[in-house]
Design a protein around this ligand. Structure first.
Ligand SMILES: Nc1ncnc2c1ncn2[C@@H]1O[C@H](COP(=O)(O)OP(=O)(O)OP(=O)(O)O)[C@@H](O)[C@H]1O
Ligand SMILES: [Mg+2]
Length: 458
Protein backbone atom coordinates (compact mmCIF):
# COMPACT_ATOMS: atom_id res chain seq x y z
CA UNK A 1 0.00 0.00 0.00
CA UNK A 2 1.47 3.39 -0.99
CA UNK A 3 0.99 5.71 1.98
CA UNK A 4 0.63 9.39 1.42
CA UNK A 5 3.79 10.80 3.09
CA UNK A 6 2.19 14.21 3.59
CA UNK A 7 -0.50 12.45 5.66
CA UNK A 8 2.03 10.34 7.56
CA UNK A 9 3.72 13.52 8.69
CA UNK A 10 0.39 14.90 9.89
CA UNK A 11 0.33 17.59 7.20
CA UNK A 12 -3.19 17.13 5.83
CA UNK A 13 -3.06 20.12 3.55
CA UNK A 14 0.23 18.95 1.99
CA UNK A 15 2.09 21.50 -0.15
CA UNK A 16 -1.03 22.51 -2.05
CA UNK A 17 -1.38 26.14 -2.91
CA UNK A 18 -5.17 25.68 -2.88
CA UNK A 19 -5.82 23.18 -0.09
CA UNK A 20 -9.35 21.83 0.26
CA UNK A 21 -10.96 22.40 3.67
CA UNK A 22 -9.88 19.59 6.01
CA UNK A 23 -13.40 18.30 6.67
CA UNK A 24 -14.06 17.61 2.93
CA UNK A 25 -10.67 15.90 2.38
CA UNK A 26 -11.09 12.14 1.92
CA UNK A 27 -8.61 10.12 3.99
CA UNK A 28 -6.12 7.53 2.75
CA UNK A 29 -3.39 6.92 0.22
CA UNK A 30 -2.71 8.71 -3.07
CA UNK A 31 -4.84 6.11 -4.85
CA UNK A 32 -7.78 6.39 -2.46
CA UNK A 33 -7.59 10.14 -2.61
CA UNK A 34 -7.50 10.11 -6.38
CA UNK A 35 -10.52 7.79 -6.63
CA UNK A 36 -12.50 9.94 -4.19
CA UNK A 37 -11.72 13.15 -6.13
CA UNK A 38 -12.47 11.53 -9.47
CA UNK A 39 -15.78 10.09 -8.32
CA UNK A 40 -16.73 13.36 -6.74
CA UNK A 41 -16.29 14.89 -10.21
CA UNK A 42 -18.58 12.16 -11.63
CA UNK A 43 -15.84 10.86 -13.94
CA UNK A 44 -15.53 7.17 -14.84
CA UNK A 45 -12.00 5.75 -14.96
CA UNK A 46 -12.18 5.66 -18.79
CA UNK A 47 -13.26 9.32 -19.00
CA UNK A 48 -10.57 10.32 -16.56
CA UNK A 49 -7.93 8.34 -18.52
CA UNK A 50 -8.85 10.23 -21.69
CA UNK A 51 -8.52 13.58 -19.96
CA UNK A 52 -5.18 12.94 -18.26
CA UNK A 53 -3.78 11.09 -21.32
CA UNK A 54 -2.71 8.08 -19.26
CA UNK A 55 -3.60 4.45 -19.74
CA UNK A 56 -6.78 3.31 -17.93
CA UNK A 57 -5.14 0.10 -16.64
CA UNK A 58 -2.26 2.07 -15.15
CA UNK A 59 -4.67 4.51 -13.44
CA UNK A 60 -6.60 1.60 -11.99
CA UNK A 61 -3.36 0.21 -10.54
CA UNK A 62 -2.47 3.61 -9.10
CA UNK A 63 -5.91 3.88 -7.49
CA UNK A 64 -5.53 0.40 -6.03
CA UNK A 65 -2.09 1.22 -4.64
CA UNK A 66 -0.32 -1.23 -6.96
CA UNK A 67 1.70 1.43 -8.83
CA UNK A 68 3.52 4.50 -7.64
CA UNK A 69 2.20 7.64 -9.34
CA UNK A 70 4.77 9.67 -11.22
CA UNK A 71 4.96 13.41 -10.71
CA UNK A 72 3.87 13.87 -14.34
CA UNK A 73 0.70 11.86 -13.73
CA UNK A 74 0.04 13.72 -10.48
CA UNK A 75 0.33 17.08 -12.25
CA UNK A 76 -2.16 15.88 -14.89
CA UNK A 77 -4.55 14.83 -12.09
CA UNK A 78 -4.26 18.27 -10.49
CA UNK A 79 -5.01 19.89 -13.84
CA UNK A 80 -8.07 17.77 -14.61
CA UNK A 81 -9.45 17.66 -11.05
CA UNK A 82 -8.67 21.32 -10.41
CA UNK A 83 -6.99 20.33 -7.16
CA UNK A 84 -4.26 22.95 -7.07
CA UNK A 85 -0.93 21.31 -6.31
CA UNK A 86 -2.32 18.56 -4.08
CA UNK A 87 -1.49 15.42 -6.08
CA UNK A 88 1.80 16.81 -7.38
CA UNK A 89 2.95 17.48 -3.82
CA UNK A 90 2.10 13.97 -2.67
CA UNK A 91 3.80 12.34 -5.68
CA UNK A 92 6.89 14.47 -5.17
CA UNK A 93 7.02 13.43 -1.52
CA UNK A 94 6.49 9.77 -2.48
CA UNK A 95 9.30 9.96 -5.00
CA UNK A 96 11.67 11.48 -2.44
CA UNK A 97 10.82 8.69 0.04
CA UNK A 98 11.27 5.96 -2.54
CA UNK A 99 14.58 7.22 -3.92
CA UNK A 100 16.89 8.00 -1.10
CA UNK A 101 20.11 7.76 -3.16
CA UNK A 102 21.36 11.06 -4.47
CA UNK A 103 22.97 11.61 -7.84
CA UNK A 104 20.46 9.83 -10.07
CA UNK A 105 19.66 11.80 -13.20
CA UNK A 106 16.39 10.67 -14.73
CA UNK A 107 17.35 9.74 -18.32
CA UNK A 108 14.74 10.06 -21.09
CA UNK A 109 16.75 9.08 -24.15
CA UNK A 110 14.14 7.43 -26.37
CA UNK A 111 13.98 8.80 -29.90
CA UNK A 112 10.50 9.94 -30.90
CA UNK A 113 8.01 7.26 -31.94
CA UNK A 114 6.73 7.18 -35.52
CA UNK A 115 3.38 8.91 -35.91
CA UNK A 116 2.52 6.54 -38.77
CA UNK A 117 3.64 3.33 -37.09
CA UNK A 118 1.69 0.52 -38.77
CA UNK A 119 0.87 -3.10 -37.88
CA UNK A 120 3.10 -5.31 -35.68
CA UNK A 121 0.32 -5.86 -33.16
CA UNK A 122 1.44 -9.44 -32.44
CA UNK A 123 5.00 -8.26 -31.85
CA UNK A 124 3.87 -5.51 -29.48
CA UNK A 125 1.74 -8.00 -27.53
CA UNK A 126 4.64 -10.42 -27.34
CA UNK A 127 6.85 -7.68 -25.92
CA UNK A 128 4.09 -6.86 -23.40
CA UNK A 129 4.14 -10.47 -22.25
CA UNK A 130 7.91 -10.66 -21.93
CA UNK A 131 8.78 -7.21 -20.66
CA UNK A 132 5.49 -6.18 -19.05
CA UNK A 133 4.95 -5.98 -15.32
CA UNK A 134 3.61 -9.56 -15.26
CA UNK A 135 6.78 -11.06 -16.80
CA UNK A 136 8.15 -14.27 -15.35
CA UNK A 137 11.75 -13.35 -16.29
CA UNK A 138 13.91 -11.99 -13.45
CA UNK A 139 15.61 -9.40 -15.64
CA UNK A 140 13.68 -9.51 -18.90
CA UNK A 141 15.76 -9.17 -22.06
CA UNK A 142 14.00 -9.26 -25.45
CA UNK A 143 16.14 -9.58 -28.56
CA UNK A 144 14.43 -8.23 -31.68
CA UNK A 145 16.21 -9.46 -34.77
CA UNK A 146 15.66 -9.47 -38.50
CA UNK A 147 17.03 -8.26 -41.85
CA UNK A 148 18.16 -4.70 -42.55
CA UNK A 149 15.31 -2.17 -42.72
CA UNK A 150 12.60 -4.53 -41.46
CA UNK A 151 11.64 -2.22 -38.59
CA UNK A 152 13.48 -3.54 -35.52
CA UNK A 153 14.35 -0.11 -34.13
CA UNK A 154 10.91 1.28 -34.99
CA UNK A 155 9.24 -1.60 -33.09
CA UNK A 156 11.47 -1.20 -30.03
CA UNK A 157 10.87 2.55 -29.87
CA UNK A 158 7.11 2.13 -30.37
CA UNK A 159 6.81 -0.40 -27.55
CA UNK A 160 9.02 1.68 -25.27
CA UNK A 161 6.85 4.78 -25.67
CA UNK A 162 3.68 2.78 -25.04
CA UNK A 163 5.21 1.31 -21.89
CA UNK A 164 6.20 4.75 -20.62
CA UNK A 165 2.66 6.03 -21.33
CA UNK A 166 1.38 3.12 -19.27
CA UNK A 167 3.45 4.35 -16.35
CA UNK A 168 6.31 1.84 -16.63
CA UNK A 169 10.01 2.58 -16.19
CA UNK A 170 9.45 5.60 -14.01
CA UNK A 171 13.18 5.82 -13.23
CA UNK A 172 14.07 6.49 -16.85
CA UNK A 173 14.80 5.15 -20.30
CA UNK A 174 18.25 4.69 -21.81
CA UNK A 175 18.79 4.30 -25.56
CA UNK A 176 22.18 3.54 -27.07
CA UNK A 177 23.33 2.78 -30.62
CA UNK A 178 25.88 -0.05 -30.52
CA UNK A 179 26.71 0.47 -34.23
CA UNK A 180 26.83 -3.28 -34.76
CA UNK A 181 26.07 -3.88 -38.44
CA UNK A 182 29.09 -2.05 -39.83
CA UNK A 183 32.15 -4.32 -39.49
CA UNK A 184 34.91 -2.69 -37.48
CA UNK A 185 32.65 0.05 -36.13
CA UNK A 186 30.87 -1.78 -33.29
CA UNK A 187 30.97 0.35 -30.15
CA UNK A 188 33.25 -0.82 -27.34
CA UNK A 189 31.31 -1.91 -24.20
CA UNK A 190 33.80 0.06 -22.07
CA UNK A 191 32.89 3.31 -23.87
CA UNK A 192 29.17 2.50 -23.88
CA UNK A 193 29.20 1.90 -20.13
CA UNK A 194 30.92 5.27 -19.76
CA UNK A 195 28.05 6.94 -21.66
CA UNK A 196 25.41 5.00 -19.75
CA UNK A 197 26.90 5.84 -16.35
CA UNK A 198 27.18 9.50 -17.28
CA UNK A 199 23.58 9.45 -18.48
CA UNK A 200 22.44 8.42 -15.00
CA UNK A 201 24.51 11.03 -13.21
CA UNK A 202 28.06 9.71 -12.76
CA UNK A 203 30.56 12.45 -13.52
CA UNK A 204 33.59 11.82 -15.72
CA UNK A 205 36.12 11.76 -12.89
CA UNK A 206 34.13 9.07 -11.07
CA UNK A 207 33.94 6.63 -13.99
CA UNK A 208 35.74 3.37 -13.13
CA UNK A 209 38.82 2.72 -15.26
CA UNK A 210 38.15 -0.94 -16.00
CA UNK A 211 35.38 -2.66 -18.01
CA UNK A 212 34.25 -5.01 -15.24
CA UNK A 213 34.17 -2.23 -12.66
CA UNK A 214 32.10 -0.08 -14.99
CA UNK A 215 29.68 -2.98 -15.59
CA UNK A 216 29.39 -3.55 -11.83
CA UNK A 217 28.85 0.17 -11.17
CA UNK A 218 26.10 0.27 -13.80
CA UNK A 219 24.38 -2.74 -12.22
CA UNK A 220 24.60 -1.05 -8.82
CA UNK A 221 23.01 2.10 -10.19
CA UNK A 222 20.16 0.15 -11.74
CA UNK A 223 19.53 -1.94 -8.61
CA UNK A 224 16.12 -1.19 -7.15
CA UNK A 225 15.12 1.02 -10.06
CA UNK A 226 12.70 0.63 -12.95
CA UNK A 227 14.68 1.53 -16.04
CA UNK A 228 14.20 0.55 -19.68
CA UNK A 229 17.43 -0.03 -21.57
CA UNK A 230 17.30 -0.16 -25.39
CA UNK A 231 20.48 -1.48 -26.99
CA UNK A 232 20.07 -0.74 -30.70
CA UNK A 233 22.12 -2.43 -33.44
CA UNK A 234 24.03 -4.95 -31.34
CA UNK A 235 26.94 -6.67 -33.10
CA UNK A 236 27.31 -9.75 -30.91
CA UNK A 237 26.59 -11.30 -27.51
CA UNK A 238 29.95 -10.22 -26.12
CA UNK A 239 29.10 -6.57 -26.70
CA UNK A 240 25.71 -6.90 -24.96
CA UNK A 241 26.53 -9.06 -21.95
CA UNK A 242 28.38 -6.37 -19.95
CA UNK A 243 25.57 -3.86 -20.32
CA UNK A 244 22.75 -5.76 -18.64
CA UNK A 245 21.11 -5.02 -15.28
CA UNK A 246 21.55 -7.65 -12.59
CA UNK A 247 18.44 -7.23 -10.46
CA UNK A 248 14.69 -7.14 -11.15
CA UNK A 249 12.77 -3.97 -11.98
CA UNK A 250 14.50 -2.97 -15.18
CA UNK A 251 14.00 -4.45 -18.65
CA UNK A 252 16.13 -4.57 -21.80
CA UNK A 253 15.36 -4.55 -25.51
CA UNK A 254 18.18 -5.43 -27.88
CA UNK A 255 17.87 -4.99 -31.65
CA UNK A 256 20.24 -6.75 -34.00
CA UNK A 257 20.56 -8.06 -37.55
CA UNK A 258 22.28 -11.06 -36.00
CA UNK A 259 20.80 -13.86 -33.96
CA UNK A 260 23.48 -13.00 -31.38
CA UNK A 261 24.74 -16.55 -30.93
CA UNK A 262 25.88 -17.24 -27.38
CA UNK A 263 23.60 -14.66 -25.76
CA UNK A 264 20.95 -17.13 -24.62
CA UNK A 265 23.54 -19.21 -22.81
CA UNK A 266 24.73 -16.11 -20.94
CA UNK A 267 21.42 -14.43 -20.02
CA UNK A 268 17.73 -15.19 -19.69
CA UNK A 269 16.76 -13.65 -23.04
CA UNK A 270 13.88 -14.28 -25.41
CA UNK A 271 14.08 -13.73 -29.16
CA UNK A 272 11.56 -12.01 -31.39
CA UNK A 273 12.33 -12.50 -35.09
CA UNK A 274 10.86 -10.03 -37.58
CA UNK A 275 9.97 -10.37 -41.24
CA UNK A 276 8.55 -7.88 -43.73
CA UNK A 277 5.08 -6.37 -43.17
CA UNK A 278 1.96 -8.25 -44.22
CA UNK A 279 0.57 -7.22 -47.60
CA UNK A 280 -2.35 -5.09 -46.29
CA UNK A 281 -0.13 -3.45 -43.66
CA UNK A 282 2.41 -2.51 -46.32
CA UNK A 283 -0.33 -0.87 -48.40
CA UNK A 284 -1.68 0.88 -45.29
CA UNK A 285 1.77 2.30 -44.50
CA UNK A 286 2.16 3.59 -48.07
CA UNK A 287 -1.32 5.14 -47.96
CA UNK A 288 -0.63 6.79 -44.61
CA UNK A 289 2.58 8.29 -45.95
CA UNK A 290 1.44 9.46 -49.39
CA UNK A 291 -2.05 10.51 -48.25
CA UNK A 292 -5.54 9.33 -49.16
CA UNK A 293 -5.84 11.54 -52.24
CA UNK A 294 -2.81 10.02 -53.98
CA UNK A 295 -3.69 6.48 -52.82
CA UNK A 296 -7.35 6.75 -53.91
CA UNK A 297 -6.26 8.01 -57.33
CA UNK A 298 -4.90 4.53 -58.09
CA UNK A 299 -5.32 1.90 -55.33
CA UNK A 300 -4.07 -0.90 -57.61
CA UNK A 301 -0.79 0.99 -58.13
CA UNK A 302 -0.35 1.20 -54.34
CA UNK A 303 -0.61 -2.60 -54.12
CA UNK A 304 1.88 -3.07 -56.96
CA UNK A 305 4.27 -0.57 -55.40
CA UNK A 306 4.08 -2.33 -52.02
CA UNK A 307 4.84 -5.61 -53.80
CA UNK A 308 7.83 -4.11 -55.62
CA UNK A 309 9.16 -2.84 -52.28
CA UNK A 310 8.93 -6.43 -51.02
CA UNK A 311 6.72 -5.11 -48.16
CA UNK A 312 9.98 -4.13 -46.44
CA UNK A 313 9.36 -1.03 -44.27
CA UNK A 314 12.58 0.75 -45.24
CA UNK A 315 11.86 0.34 -48.97
CA UNK A 316 8.22 1.39 -48.48
CA UNK A 317 9.20 4.50 -46.54
CA UNK A 318 11.82 5.50 -49.13
CA UNK A 319 9.39 4.97 -52.02
CA UNK A 320 6.72 7.00 -50.21
CA UNK A 321 9.17 9.83 -49.51
CA UNK A 322 10.08 9.78 -53.18
CA UNK A 323 6.40 10.25 -54.09
CA UNK A 324 5.77 12.95 -51.50
CA UNK A 325 8.85 14.90 -52.62
CA UNK A 326 7.40 14.68 -56.17
CA UNK A 327 10.36 12.95 -57.79
CA UNK A 328 7.78 10.43 -58.99
CA UNK A 329 4.58 12.17 -57.95
CA UNK A 330 2.15 9.23 -58.12
CA UNK A 331 2.10 5.64 -56.86
CA UNK A 332 1.75 4.52 -60.47
CA UNK A 333 4.87 6.40 -61.63
CA UNK A 334 6.87 5.15 -58.67
CA UNK A 335 5.73 1.56 -59.26
CA UNK A 336 6.75 1.87 -62.94
CA UNK A 337 10.17 3.22 -61.88
CA UNK A 338 10.66 0.14 -59.67
CA UNK A 339 9.69 -2.38 -62.35
CA UNK A 340 13.37 -3.21 -62.90
CA UNK A 341 14.84 -4.98 -59.87
CA UNK A 342 18.08 -2.99 -59.98
CA UNK A 343 16.13 0.26 -59.66
CA UNK A 344 14.68 -0.98 -56.36
CA UNK A 345 18.17 -1.22 -54.91
CA UNK A 346 18.73 2.46 -55.71
CA UNK A 347 15.90 3.59 -53.43
CA UNK A 348 17.40 6.40 -51.35
CA UNK A 349 16.46 9.69 -49.71
CA UNK A 350 19.05 11.98 -48.17
CA UNK A 351 21.68 9.86 -46.43
CA UNK A 352 19.40 6.81 -46.12
CA UNK A 353 19.93 4.30 -48.92
CA UNK A 354 18.62 0.76 -49.17
CA UNK A 355 21.79 -0.52 -50.82
CA UNK A 356 24.05 0.90 -48.09
CA UNK A 357 22.03 -0.84 -45.39
CA UNK A 358 22.39 -4.15 -47.27
CA UNK A 359 26.12 -3.51 -47.83
CA UNK A 360 26.81 -3.38 -44.09
CA UNK A 361 25.31 -6.85 -43.56
CA UNK A 362 27.10 -8.27 -46.57
CA UNK A 363 30.48 -6.90 -45.51
CA UNK A 364 30.15 -8.67 -42.16
CA UNK A 365 30.12 -12.11 -43.89
CA UNK A 366 33.23 -14.26 -44.15
CA UNK A 367 34.45 -15.05 -47.69
CA UNK A 368 32.73 -18.45 -48.18
CA UNK A 369 29.36 -17.14 -46.88
CA UNK A 370 29.67 -14.02 -49.04
CA UNK A 371 30.34 -16.16 -52.07
CA UNK A 372 27.35 -18.38 -51.39
CA UNK A 373 25.15 -15.32 -50.84
CA UNK A 374 26.08 -13.98 -54.29
CA UNK A 375 25.46 -17.37 -55.81
CA UNK A 376 21.97 -17.54 -54.27
CA UNK A 377 21.16 -14.32 -56.12
CA UNK A 378 21.41 -16.32 -59.33
CA UNK A 379 19.12 -19.16 -58.21
CA UNK A 380 15.43 -18.36 -58.47
CA UNK A 381 12.81 -19.56 -55.98
CA UNK A 382 13.20 -21.44 -52.75
CA UNK A 383 16.74 -22.30 -51.63
CA UNK A 384 17.18 -26.07 -51.45
CA UNK A 385 20.13 -27.39 -49.39
CA UNK A 386 21.06 -30.23 -51.76
CA UNK A 387 20.76 -28.08 -54.90
CA UNK A 388 22.80 -25.32 -53.26
CA UNK A 389 25.57 -27.77 -52.34
CA UNK A 390 25.84 -29.07 -55.88
CA UNK A 391 25.67 -25.62 -57.54
CA UNK A 392 28.24 -24.19 -55.12
CA UNK A 393 30.50 -27.21 -55.46
CA UNK A 394 30.65 -27.85 -51.70
CA UNK A 395 29.69 -30.80 -49.50
CA UNK A 396 26.17 -30.96 -48.08
CA UNK A 397 27.51 -30.33 -44.58
CA UNK A 398 29.38 -27.27 -45.75
CA UNK A 399 26.27 -25.99 -47.55
CA UNK A 400 24.24 -26.46 -44.33
CA UNK A 401 26.86 -24.56 -42.33
CA UNK A 402 27.01 -21.66 -44.78
CA UNK A 403 23.22 -21.42 -45.12
CA UNK A 404 22.96 -21.46 -41.33
CA UNK A 405 25.41 -18.52 -41.19
CA UNK A 406 23.41 -16.56 -43.77
CA UNK A 407 20.20 -17.23 -41.84
CA UNK A 408 21.97 -16.10 -38.64
CA UNK A 409 22.68 -12.79 -40.38
CA UNK A 410 19.02 -12.67 -41.56
CA UNK A 411 20.03 -12.58 -45.21
CA UNK A 412 17.91 -15.69 -45.79
CA UNK A 413 15.15 -17.27 -43.68
CA UNK A 414 14.93 -20.96 -42.80
CA UNK A 415 11.66 -22.53 -43.89
CA UNK A 416 12.25 -26.14 -42.88
CA UNK A 417 15.16 -28.53 -42.46
CA UNK A 418 15.98 -28.56 -46.18
CA UNK A 419 14.78 -25.19 -47.43
CA UNK A 420 15.39 -21.48 -47.02
CA UNK A 421 13.69 -18.38 -48.42
CA UNK A 422 15.35 -15.22 -49.66
CA UNK A 423 13.63 -11.85 -49.67
CA UNK A 424 13.15 -10.49 -53.20
CA UNK A 425 15.14 -7.31 -52.53
CA UNK A 426 18.02 -9.25 -50.99
CA UNK A 427 17.99 -11.63 -53.93
CA UNK A 428 18.14 -8.69 -56.33
CA UNK A 429 21.02 -7.28 -54.27
CA UNK A 430 22.89 -10.60 -54.28
CA UNK A 431 22.40 -10.95 -58.05
CA UNK A 432 23.67 -7.42 -58.57
CA UNK A 433 26.80 -8.15 -56.48
CA UNK A 434 27.36 -11.34 -58.38
CA UNK A 435 27.21 -9.51 -61.69
CA UNK A 436 29.76 -6.98 -60.43
CA UNK A 437 32.15 -9.38 -58.71
CA UNK A 438 31.82 -12.83 -60.18
CA UNK A 439 31.11 -12.63 -63.86
CA UNK A 440 29.58 -16.05 -64.43
CA UNK A 441 29.01 -18.42 -61.54
CA UNK A 442 31.34 -21.16 -62.77
CA UNK A 443 34.20 -18.72 -63.09
CA UNK A 444 33.53 -17.52 -59.57
CA UNK A 445 33.74 -21.07 -58.24
CA UNK A 446 37.13 -21.61 -59.81
CA UNK A 447 38.43 -18.30 -58.52
CA UNK A 448 37.22 -18.99 -55.01
CA UNK A 449 38.76 -22.42 -54.94
CA UNK A 450 42.03 -20.71 -55.74
CA UNK A 451 41.27 -18.43 -52.76
CA UNK A 452 41.26 -15.19 -54.72
CA UNK A 453 37.68 -14.01 -54.39
CA UNK A 454 36.90 -12.51 -51.03
CA UNK A 455 34.09 -10.34 -49.73
CA UNK A 456 32.79 -7.25 -51.43
CA UNK A 457 35.30 -4.48 -51.65
CA UNK A 458 34.37 -1.72 -49.17
N1 LIG B 1 5.76 -0.69 -38.54
C1 LIG B 1 6.21 0.42 -39.09
N2 LIG B 1 5.38 1.45 -39.38
C2 LIG B 1 5.85 2.57 -39.95
N3 LIG B 1 7.13 2.78 -40.30
C3 LIG B 1 8.00 1.78 -40.03
C4 LIG B 1 7.58 0.57 -39.43
N4 LIG B 1 8.66 -0.23 -39.30
C5 LIG B 1 9.69 0.47 -39.79
N5 LIG B 1 9.30 1.66 -40.22
C6 LIG B 1 10.17 2.67 -40.85
O1 LIG B 1 10.99 1.98 -41.79
C7 LIG B 1 12.33 2.46 -41.74
C8 LIG B 1 13.27 1.30 -41.37
O2 LIG B 1 12.94 0.87 -40.06
P1 LIG B 1 14.07 0.60 -38.94
O3 LIG B 1 15.15 1.61 -39.04
O4 LIG B 1 13.36 0.44 -37.66
O5 LIG B 1 14.63 -0.78 -39.46
P2 LIG B 1 15.71 -1.69 -38.77
O6 LIG B 1 15.23 -3.08 -38.87
O7 LIG B 1 16.03 -1.18 -37.43
O8 LIG B 1 16.95 -1.48 -39.76
P3 LIG B 1 18.52 -1.68 -39.47
O9 LIG B 1 18.79 -3.15 -39.44
O10 LIG B 1 19.16 -1.01 -40.63
O11 LIG B 1 18.82 -1.00 -38.17
C9 LIG B 1 12.33 3.59 -40.72
O12 LIG B 1 12.13 4.80 -41.40
C10 LIG B 1 11.13 3.28 -39.86
O13 LIG B 1 10.61 4.42 -39.27
MG1 LIG C 1 17.73 -0.34 -36.58
Amino acid sequence: MLRNPAQDSGNQSGASGRACPARTEPPGTFGQLLRAHRERRGLSLAQFATRVHFNRGHLSKVENGKRTPSVVLAAACDRVLDSGNRFTAIATALEATARPRPGWVHPAQLPSAKRLFTGRQCHLKQLDRWLGSETSLAVPVAVINGPPGVGKTALAVQWAHQAVCDGRFADGQLFVDLEGPEPGRAADPFDILGHLLQAVGVTGEHLPADLHQRAAAFRSYLHGREVLLVLDNAADARQVQHLLPGSPGSAVMVTSRSRLPGLLSRVDAVTLPMAELRRPEAATLLRAMIGDARADADPAAVTVLAERCGHLPLALVLAAENIVSCQHPSADQMAAELKAEEARLDLAEGDVALRHRFDASYRALDAPSARLFRLLGQLPGQVDVAATASTAGVSRDEAVRLLHDLAGAHLIRQQDEHHYLMHDLLRAYAADLSRQLDGDAAGAREEDRAGTVTALVA
